[in-house]
Ligand binder design. Structure first.
Ligand SMILES: *Cc1c(COP(=O)(O)O)cnc(C)c1O
Length: 385
């Protein structure tokens, strides 16, 4: 039998060992973690909704009404009036016929791939897709074909050479580690020409991108015909928990009948759905929040350039500062924590070898002083290495 202890030890040696910090305050820009007051630059709570008083109130009221646990799967008796209303609100928000709630984004991605594909089919994925999309592809038993990051021509070649019966292209809308946006208009065209489905996982785009928070699809002006399968998560800009898939009537009905990660799991608490109904409203009317977020992104990039930091190309709230080695990324992240900044070091296998980085996520609630302080300390820490 293999020695888990030895493998864990090896991870430590390779600076790949992961530890959890303990949070002692709500999700916010300024929080208390491991007994320290820190400014957080690693949350996905882009619009500051995770601790919003109106959303909390809706959650509390619904918990009084429906209790905490939903008690069963959606197809048994766990599908409450709030779940149903949220599905309708999300359909209206995304401009699609219907949506279906899943308990997490990870499960939504597994469910879609498994429902739509099987042996003899093929799934095409960008190399930098989120792990849940890759795992969905593997679970589906279809042939998994990965193409180089953002390389639509390589994708097109693979599709043209494919003999598979069903073809599904899966991509992040905003890539979760690099923050760049997928070339969706091109992907949509390639999908149409090759009789393939296109699915976009817009975990980091919905709420944050687009004039009305409609995400990457609104950013490009794409329709259901361009992107038949849209997945969104509720734990990021929406500030609650869970996920949904949006599409036409047939897609959603087919998922209800066949997606195993939908059928064989307990429904999210009804109170989460009730809270998310308020999030959807806040996101629709969230132009001020999005404007502030965009100002923070511009400010961060300008200040980082001034200090000569090596930035990844990104116009979204996800910003990467390259450090090269895992060791350097970890050292800088630890130094920053001592100075009161929470910034994650992203290392292989989450990202490719030799591309370790600091991953900074911005929120509309960061002040320009927060950002200036961060940049100054990153710059200092890099120099002391
Ligand atoms: C966070 C994330 C997921 C997983 O969503 P959860 O609801 O946290 O399980 C899926 N895809 C992408 C791109 C993500 O960033």
């Amino acid at each position: 039998m293999r020695s888990l202890k030895a493998e864990l030890e090896q991870r430590k040696q390779e600076h790949l060992y992961r530890r959890r910090r303990i949070t002692e305050s709500p999700q916010a820009v300024h929080m208390r973690i491991d007994g320290r007051d820190v400014t957080s630059f690693c949350s996905n709570d882009y619009l500051g909704l995770a601790n919003d008083p109106d959303i909390i109130k809706a959650f509390q009221n619904a918990a009084n009404e429906f209790g905490v646990g939903s008690g069963a799967a959606h197809l048994i008796n766990g599908h409450s009036r709030y779940h149903h209303e949220l599905e309708e609100a999300l359909a209206e928000f995304t401009g699609r016929e219907r949506t279906l709630l899943f308990s997490t984004g990870y499960m939504a991605n597994l469910g879609v791939a498994q429902a739509l594909l099987g042996k003899g089919d093929a799934v095409f994925e960008d190399r930098l897709n989120h792990a849940s999309l890759l795992d969905g592809g593997l679970l589906s038993q279809a042939r998994l074909q990965r193409y180089p990051h953002q390389d639509s021509a390589a994708l097109e070649n693979k599709l043209q050479a494919s003999r598979a019966r069903q073809k599904l292209i899966m991509t992040d809308g905003v890539f979760s580690m690099d923050g760049d946006i997928a070339p969706l208009p091109e992907l949509a065209k390639i999908a149409r020409q090759n009789d393939a489905w296109l699915m976009v996982d817009d975990a980091h785009g919905l709420g944050a991108l687009g004039k009305n928070g409609g995400g990457t699809l609104e950013h490009y002006g794409l329709s259901t015909e361009d992107v038949p399968v849209l997945m969104g998560t509720l734990g990021k800009a929406f500030g609650t928990a869970g996920a949904f898939v949006a599409g036409d009537e047939d897609l959603i009905e087919y998922l209800i009948q066949t997606a195993r990660s939908y059928i064989y799991t307990t429904a999210m608490p009804a109170a989460i759905a009730a809270a998310t109904l308020v999030s959807v409203e806040k996101i629709r009317n969230g132009q001020d929040r999005r404007d502030q977020l965009n100002q923070n992104i511009q400010h961060f990039r300008a200040a980082a350039r001034e200090h000569g930091l090596s930035l990844l190309e990104s116009e979204t709230a996800i910003q990467g500062v390259m450090t090269g080695s895992s060791k350097a990324a970890l050292r800088v992240s630890n130094l920053l924590f001592e100075k009161g900044f929470l910034v994650t070091a992203i290392r292989p296998p989450t990202v490719p070898q030799n591309t370790a980085r600091l991953r900074i996520t911005l929120s509309c609630d960061h002040s320009s002083e927060d950002i200036d302080h961060l940049i100054r300390y990153i710059s200092k820490s890099c120099k002391t290495l």
